[in-house]
Design a protein around this ligand. Sequence first.
Ligand SMILES: NC(=O)c1ccc[n+]([C@@H]2O[C@H](COP(=O)([O-])OP(=O)(O)OC[C@H]3O[C@@H](n4cnc5c(N)ncnc54)[C@H](OP(=O)(O)O)[C@@H]3O)[C@@H](O)[C@H]2O)c1
Length: 272
Amino acid sequence: MKHELVHGHSIPKIGFGMWRIGGDSFPDPKLDSTSLTALRTALEVGYTHFDTAESYAAGHSEELLGRAVRETNTKRESLFITTKISPEHLAYEQVFRSCENSLRRLQMEYVDLYLIHWPRAGMKLEETFRALNKLVKDGKVKHLGVSNFNLTLLKQAQSFAETPILTNQVPYSLPTRTYVDNGVLEYCQQNDILLTAYSPVKFRNLSSNKTLQSIAEAHAATPYQIALAWLVVQPRVITIPMSSNLQHIRENFEAAEIELSEEEFKTLSDLY
Ligand SMILES: NC(=O)c1ccc[n+]([C@@H]2O[C@H](COP(=O)([O-])OP(=O)(O)OC[C@H]3O[C@@H](n4cnc5c(N)ncnc54)[C@H](OP(=O)(O)O)[C@@H]3O)[C@@H](O)[C@H]2O)c1
């Protein structure tokens, strides 16, 4: 797996997204068995970055991740766990409660990366960061980050955080360029901030696109892998595809090794 080195930390180019692991907005016990199999497979394949949130399956996604880690005897230090605080929990005291609840569900002592999941109108970002900074000092959280932040908010977050903002997690894929157009990607690349691309393969006609198909054939890969390879070849970009299909989990992990030529990269960049 290729990595991005940022502020002295090595973060894998491709991690494992966890939306819909264990349910969507609420826990769905019927999904537990497939979700746990997916997580165990991901750990076996070699994923070390897992991206969850307190809101995913109302916390059940965190519970399942903790369980899969324990059941596979995976060393905590070998993993990089991201979780997120929901916009309705950004008040000072609530930040501590949310973090404690996430740690209890994960059955872990700390999270590697704690993100503000979404900005909220009227949020008091300075107050939220006072609490987040304390979580870092107390060792409950190793790094801070944000998600779905535009450039103005990202700069504000940087000014309130006492440690570097490690990432802004945003939608980014071949057809989704909002955070390129609004200047966030360029700013991240110039300021040592990772851009974590979410929903990297969630778009229409991915597998039937002729250009993607022909580049995929040239690399003995799938169009999904090419869509991921296009993202992770970019400096400061990492991604977190989600899958509960065991073959897809493997293929997504291997996509980081695909070497696109400059011409292929350009063709893909101009595709949408
Ligand atoms: N911060 C935020 O606001 C935010 C928002 C959205 C998502 N996220 C994070 O980003 C992660 C990824 O985003 P996402 O789940 O929205 O979308 P995604 O990973 O782009 O797409 C997931 C879908 O693609 C399919 N898929 C994945 N790999 C495949 C492959 N190799 N071949 C064929 N199909 C494949 C999956 O189905 P199968 O299971 O059948 O493979 C699943 O239906 C989430 O899980 C979550 O952790 C964050």
